[in-house]
Design a protein around this ligand. Structure first.
Ligand SMILES: Cc1ncc(COP(=O)(O)O)c(C=O)c1O
Length: 375
């Protein structure tokens, strides 16, 4: 059956603008793209621990068989939630099937009609999705700008929620969490922090940025996801026990979906057992991230975000040159991705480069050599 004309037109526009998205299965040898920051997705220790437990418990169901409120709840899931709450120093935690589901499940359910959500304009699509599904009022504030947030906090009505990411997925910069906490305290607002990219890589044991800064008590809820540094899949909302009860009762993306299967729960249990011991990987990640910034900074006239984070957004290149640069890098085996609108606003197109604990200085230097050809 042919696609309705309006839809075909939208696809044609994407093709014309060079923004057509396509799925690819090719893997390039040098990973500057995945979110596997610490290498847990490829860790033999994790694979062996999970396989042994699965083998020992040979009769495990392959699927959860239902939602958590029906046939899909298991002691293992509840034990994991208690463990994760303790690990992240929260009163309680509730598992969701992914970070996308956790964000949409939180923001669609918690802020009520006449409440206000103030969200950083660079927030992830899943936060915006939840906000779209909510009956509350919502205004964005300028990226990482407490100055723009404050007047909005003054004007906001009802219960006020402020939504930010600890480490921004596209910009690669950190939120000024301490300043945001004091502003929220001043105006009685509830701070919600998405820790998708900071979970596992900050904190002494990888507990995340809120824990690294000791702000657990000041943050109303944290969304901690497992598809990135934890190398697995799923997410929790960490907060109070009452918040957990509320989400179990009112969060439709939690209620009306088949729960995570037991093999995911077991993988998460083992990934979290390894995480505290991965300080060397966290250090390597930081060192390589700083080195990449230095070397790329010297390679040419590009703009790079600041900070020691593993997400590097290289801007100041027009979309055509960006495509050329990305293709040249990919041809040499470097997996890097150009990011175009609508993922980022027009004019903010960039090349996103992710460092990992398993990258090498030689790989970074090889990348820089190609960059210098384009400067
Ligand atoms: C900031 C942020 N929040 C949430 C998500 C969604 O997490 P998940 O991939 O587990 O659905 C992502 C994923 O890219 C993200 O970058």
């Amino acid at each position: 059956m042919i696609l309705p004309e309006k839809l075909q037109h939208k696809l044609d526009v994407r093709e014309k603008n060079n923004t057509y998205r396509q799925l690819k299965t090719t893997r390039l040898p040098v990973d500057f793209c995945s979110n596997d920051y610490l290498g847990l997705a490829r860790s033999a220790a994790l694979r062996n621990a999970v396989s042994s437990e699965l083998e020992e418990r040979g009769d495990l169901l392959l699927g959860a068989t239902g939602s958590r409120l029906l046939s899909g709840n298991y002691a293992e899931a509840e034990e994991l939630e208690i463990f994760l709450a303790d690990f992240h120093r929260a009163e309680a935690a509730l598992l969701f099937n992914s970070g996308y589901v956790a964000n949409s499940g939180f923001f669609s359910a918690v802020p009520q009609r006449h409440d206000t959500i103030l969200y950083d304009e660079a927030s992830h699509a899943s936060i915006k999705e939840g906000i779209r599904l909510s009956f509350a009022n919502a205004w964005s504030f300028r990226h990482n700008s407490p100055e723009d947030l404050e007047p909005k906090l003054k004007r906001a009505t009802g219960t006020v929620y402020v939504a930010v990411e600890a480490l921004y997925s596209m910009h690669g910069d950190l939120a000024p969490l301490e300043e945001l906490v004091s502003l929220c305290r001043k105006y009685g607002a509830y701070l919600v922090v998405d820790e998708a990219h900071s979970n596992g890589i900050y904190g002494k044991k990888g507990e995340g940025m809120v824990a690294e800064l000791g702000l657990e008590e000041q943050v109303f809820a944290r969304i901690l996801t497992f598809g990135k540094a934890l190398g697995a899949h799923g997410a929790i909302v960490a907060g109070s026990s009452a918040l957990r009860e509320f989400l179990i009762n009112f969060s439709r993306p939690f209620i009306y979906t088949t729960a995570l299967p037991l093999h995911s729960i077991i993988t998460l249990k083992h990934a979290y057992k390894l995480l505290p011991e991965m300080q060397a990987e966290r250090e390597a990640l930081k060192t390589l991230s700083v080195y990449l910034k230095k070397v790329l900074g010297e390679a040419g006239n590009f703009t790079l975000n600041s900070g020691e984070t593993p997400i590097h957004a290289l801007g100041g290149i027009n979309p055509e040159k960006l495509t050329e640069l990305a293709q040249a890098l990919q041809k040499e085996g470097y997996d890097v991705r150009p990011i175009f609108s609508p993922t980022v606003p027009e004019g903010q197109e960039c090349l996103r480069i992710i460092t990992h604990a398993y990258n090498t200085t030689a790989e970074i230097e090889g990348l820089a050599a190609i960059f210098s050809r384009f400067s």
